[in-house]
Design a protein around this ligand. Structure first.
Ligand SMILES: [Zn+2]
Length: 299
């Protein structure tokens, strides 16, 4: 093979492998950072939702995106007039690379305390290698720098900084330690209940029946929907912008007296739809499992 052909072949293989590794990552558009309400700000893009909570004793950051996204989050925090170094606490929606891939870098850059729901701790500390679904994946986006968790959270634990209190609700299923965050924010004399939904989707390939790596996955999803339905919600947010129609609401921001992120009905509708999706997928998988059990062994 001539040198030229060899170079072309190598370039072709490199392009193919690049396409293979990045194809799973959806397109995302930049979003100018903005204040949602009270001391709660949006610092993510239109796909990955990242939040900054500002207090007199420093700030709390929820979600990091992939490691390559940390610089964008930092720029968003600074554009709002805050210091990235004031990040005292780092929290996540769940241990998937698009929410915690930048965790190690954030801890290194800011010295923030990394706090994670108990069942997601081994995944975070193994850099994604112990995830029940993606631990053996060939997609490099599922892996990140392993990092030591500073505080292990349990269902109902509070995370406090100055007069801000966040509550960690264990809403497992999507990951074993998936977490829905709630807090209250005040604006113009009104107090709003905020819910940041951790992740209610059943991903393609998730086994809800006879899952050896995660035997109680279906029970965790059921528990999650029960919890989400019990939470009072005025301001509806989540781990991805598409959960709560970020694009549409962002376009309405400042155009009306009403804050578009106050959307209790949208929250209820979203949870009901995801719950229906979960039960239909569970029924489908149960039917397949029953058919497999009844299949004669020798045909
Ligand atoms: Zn996820």
């Amino acid at each position: 093979m001539s040198l030229k052909r060899l170079i072309y072949s190598c370039m072709f293989i490199l392009t193919l492998s690049y396409a293979f590794f990045v194809q799973a990552r959806p397109e995302s558009k930049a979003v100018a950072p903005f204040r949602i309400a009270g001391n709660l700000y949006y610092v993510g893009d239109n796909y990955q939702a990242d939040y900054l909570i500002v207090t007199s004793q420093g700030n709390i950051l929820i979600n990091s995106g992939y490691e390559a996204d940390v610089a964008k989050i930092r720029a968003s925090v600074e554009k709002l007039g805050f210091k990235f170094n004031d990040t005292k606490i780092f929290l996540i929606s769940h241990a998937h690379g698009d929410h915690n891939g930048g965790g190690a870098l954030i801890k290194k850059q800011t010295g923030a305390q990394y706090m994670v729901m108990d069942a997601d701790v081994p995944v975070v500390e193994s850099g994604g290698k112990t995830d029940f679904q993606y631990g053996n994946s060939r997609d490099l986006d599922n892996f990140y720098q392993p990092v030591k968790v500073d505080r292990i959270l349990h269902d109902g634990d509070q995370v406090k900084l100055a007069d801000t209190v966040l509550v960690a609700h264990h809403t497992g299923g999507h990951t074993k330690g998936c977490t829905t965050w709630t807090m209250r924010v005040s604006e113009n004399g009104k107090t709003y209940h905020v819910v940041i939904v951790g992740g209610p989707f059943v991903n393609p390939g998730y086994k809800l029946v006879n899952n050896i790596a995660y035997p109680k996955i279906a029970r965790d999803y059921e528990h999650m929907f029960k919890t989400l339905k019990s939470l009072p919600c005025d301001i509806f947010l989540g781990a991805h912008g598409m959960y709560f129609n970020l694009d549409k609401k962002y376009a309405l921001l400042g155009k009306d007296k009403k804050n578009p992120f106050v959307d209790p009905e949208g929250y209820k509708k979203f949870i009901a739809q995801k719950e229906a999706d979960f039960y239909s997928e569970l029924a489908r998988q149960n039917a397949v499992a029953r058919r497999d059990v009844n299949k004669p062994e020798h045909q």
